[in-house]
Design a protein around this ligand. Structure first.
Ligand SMILES: [Zn+2]
Length: 405
């Protein structure tokens, strides 16, 4: 065998091993026969690859249900306690952290609020480090720590995890990926893969892999937070644009007579459907009012709250009709506070979507996330598993144990 064919065979084997692990991570337990059908590889190759993944501790084989004849078949399942990631969702007024095991099992989760004005990048890094230490304390004894995923409400350079602009946090040009790596090395003497992503892009991935869009190849996710971000998946792939900054649908200008946006433009979509717009319009008169309070007030018959929500419904429909025409998605997932608003305004929204071109509008459905408020958090976890799912054996052999970190 020449060196070159040996290298190619090694690559192929690594590639196939990664494909099987990704199938198990995303789709859950499967029999060897399922894996043969999924991969198109022969039975003995699948057997060898499964054994290698089992030797690395990543999968286990357990007895499945008995078939029609013969012995019960063995099920290959990802071991949630074998490899873990820490996912962090940095929101404008709170941080959510989770320890997530292989296969997407959330092993531990916690939320912490913070003041918008005091959440500087330095404060965020301290917070991320402390919360990561908390998360690792809940790691299973033998788990290796293979990644950290961070979700940010802003535009992020995928190559180095630099936050270009997070207008609602007041951050510009923050090398977050590098800062998190430095902080992890300082605190734990080790840093696994660090992935920083835009919240809506990560929400889109999570709903595509594990949520309402699991059987769809064309999906848009909207993160309704203080701002409104968009994540777009076309033909099963995330649409990034030239620099990874695409999909910022919250800054589509829908109302040139509207108010000035934090990005500097006037009448961006998020100035009409973002959290601040709803709270301002409802005028419930308290600084601590949340969208949940406006929804509750509307349900209790408060006219101003109802009017605020109806207005959001109109603008939501206007923007969605544009997205339907532009992207021809199969599903649009309304995340964050939009998931609370949508059930109250779905009639208005669909009336507006009716103005989109018929061919596209007939194919689209609007949904709330299957992962509730955690789509962006789970998306951050998925991004942190990416390295392991690309080269499982190599990553496991270099990773540190979570509890020792
Ligand atoms: Zn804007």
């Amino acid at each position: 065998m020449t060196a070159r064919t040996a290298a190619t065979q090694d690559d192929l084997r690594r590639h196939n091993r990664a494909r099987l692990l990704r199938r198990l991570h995303e789709g859950g337990a499967a029999s060897r026969s399922d894996l043969v059908a999924f991969s198109g590889l022969n039975r003995s190759t699948v057997g060898v690859l499964v054994s290698e993944l089992a030797d690395a501790g990543l999968v286990t084989e357990v007895a499945g249900a008995a078939g029609q004849v013969g012995r019960p078949s063995l099920l290959v399942q990802p071991d949630a306690e074998s490899a873990v990631v820490v996912a962090l969702d940095l929101k404008v007024e709170r941080t959510v952290v989770a320890l997530v095991g292989l296969g997407g099992t959330v092993l531990w989760r916690k939320e912490q609020s913070h003041k918008r004005t005091s959440y500087t990048p330095q404060a965020a890094i301290r917070n991320v480090t402390t919360l990561t230490a908390h998360a690792l304390r809940h790691a299973p004894p033998h788990a290796v720590w293979v990644g950290v995923g961070v979700s940010v409400p802003g535009t992020v350079d995928h190559v180095d995890g630099r936050v270009r602009l997070a207008p609602n946090l007041g951050w510009a040009d923050v090398p977050l990926g590098g800062l998190v790596r430095e902080a992890m090395n300082g605190k734990f003497g080790y840093a696994p893969a660090i992935e920083v992503g835009n919240d809506a892009d990560l929400g889109a991935v999570a709903e595509h892999v594990r949520g309402v869009g699991a059987s769809n190849r064309n999906l848009i996710y909207l993160s309704g937070e203080v701002g409104v971000g968009g994540g777009v998946i076309i033909e099963g792939r995330a649409m990034t644009g030239a620099g990874g900054f695409g999909g910022e649908v919250g800054h589509m200008v829908v109302n040139p007579q509207g108010v000035t946006c934090r990005c500097g433009a006037r009448g961006c979509w998020e100035t009409e459907i973002g959290r601040d717009a709803i709270i301002r319009a409802a005028a419930l008169g308290d600084d601590s009012v949340e969208v949940e309070d406006v929804v509750a007030a509307a349900a209790a018959g408060n006219r101003k709250a109802q009017a605020a929500i109806d207005e959001v419904g109109e603008w939501l429909g206007v923007g969605l009709a544009n997205l339907v025409n532009l992207f021809n998605p199969e599903v649009i997932v309304l995340g964050g506070h939009l998931r609370l608003i949508f059930p109250l305004v779905s009639g208005t929204v669909y009336r507006r979507i009716h103005y989109a071109l018929p061919a596209s509008r007939e194919q689209v459905r609007v949904e709330v996330p299957a992962l509730n408020g955690d789509s962006t958090l789970i998306g951050a976890a998925e991004s942190a598993f990416e390295g392991l799912l690309t080269d499982p054996i190599d990553v496991v052999s270099h990773a540190h144990h979570a509890v020792a970190s």
